[in-house]
Design a protein around this ligand. Structure first.
Ligand code: CIR
Length: 264
């Protein structure tokens, strides 16, 4: 039996007032967004995750994007300080829930850090330096995680909201990447190189994939990149996340997935 937990949060009725950085505001159909989110949750459950579903928060438009509130590793959970001021109050409930599973640490002002900027691959932790995550956030991650044996590396992000808009893990040693939005050399450490798959040029938003076990949860909007993954033997499970994509959400951002049984 799987010991994976996925924490999700219902779509806020205020989602129409979400933060936007790269997209023009379009109307978001709340019922459609909720129906898609439910299917996404069913997909995670189908891949063996036990779901913890947090209630909608009418005062926090972006709270469905729970990934940005925390980074959960086997040994520890780190509560972030989101770069967008409107999102800072999202962390409170998530921190409360995580105390049942992990020792919880908080980062502090003037640090800013979004979970969407943190990509963990084995013992390597890549932290995107973006409009949401600053150098102090990187340094706080480094000082908290180095004692647990993680190597924390900063990665410049340009043109994308978060590091994980530009690169995500799709297999044990393989990343899916949009090389226009980040620096590929960072991922090729000596003796520690990771294999890179490029998104299809027609699908710049296609680098955001959610690896659960051996399967990759992936947006139906990117069929050309999906074929690239499948050609490498990667098992892909498609989901329609088109409504939340209008709020600049991808497939990683609507859940926090971690192992229930940890080793600390
Ligand atoms: C924001 O701008 O903060 C939200 N509208 C979208 C956040 C998406 N988060 C993520 O990809 N990790």
């Amino acid at each position: 039996m799987s010991d994976l937990i996925a924490i999700t949060r219902e779509v806020s009725p205020a989602i129409g007032r979400c933060e936007l950085t790269h997209l023009a505001r379009l109307p978001i159909d709340l019922e459609r967004a909720r129906a898609q989110h439910l299917k996404y949750e069913e997909c995670l459950a189908g891949l063996g995750c036990e779901l913890i579903r947090l209630p909608a928060e009418p005062r926090l438009p972006d709270s469905v994007f729970i990934e940005d509130t925390a980074v959960v590793l086997d040994e520890v959970a780190l509560i972030t300080r989101p770069g967008a001021r409107s999102r800072r109050a999202e962390t409170k409930l998530v921190a409360e829930v995580l105390t049942s599973y992990r020792r919880v640490f908080h980062v502090h002002a003037p640090c800013t850090l979004d979970g969407g900027d943190v990509l963990v691959v084995g013992r390597r932790v890549f932290v995107g330096l973006s409009r949401r995550t600053n150098e102090i956030g990187l340094e706080e991650m480094r000082s908290l995680l180095t004692p647990f044996g993680y190597r924390v590396e900063g990665v410049p992000v340009h043109g994308a909201l978060h590091l994980k808009s530009a690169v995500t893990q799709v297999a044990e040693r393989t990343l899916l990447i949009n090389h226009n939005w980040t620096d590929t050399s960072v991922f090729a450490g000596v003796g520690d190189a990771l294999e890179l798959i490029d998104v299809a040029p027609e699908e710049p938003l296609g680098a955001n994939a959610l690896l659960i076990g051996d399967a990759v949860v992936y947006p139906e909007a990117c069929p050309l990149t999906r074929r690239r993954l499948e050609d490498r033997g990667i098992c892909v499970v498609g989901v329609d996340v088109s409504e939340l994509a209008k709020a600049e959400g991808g497939v990683t951002c609507s859940s926090l997935v971690f192992r229930a049984n940890h080793s600390s």
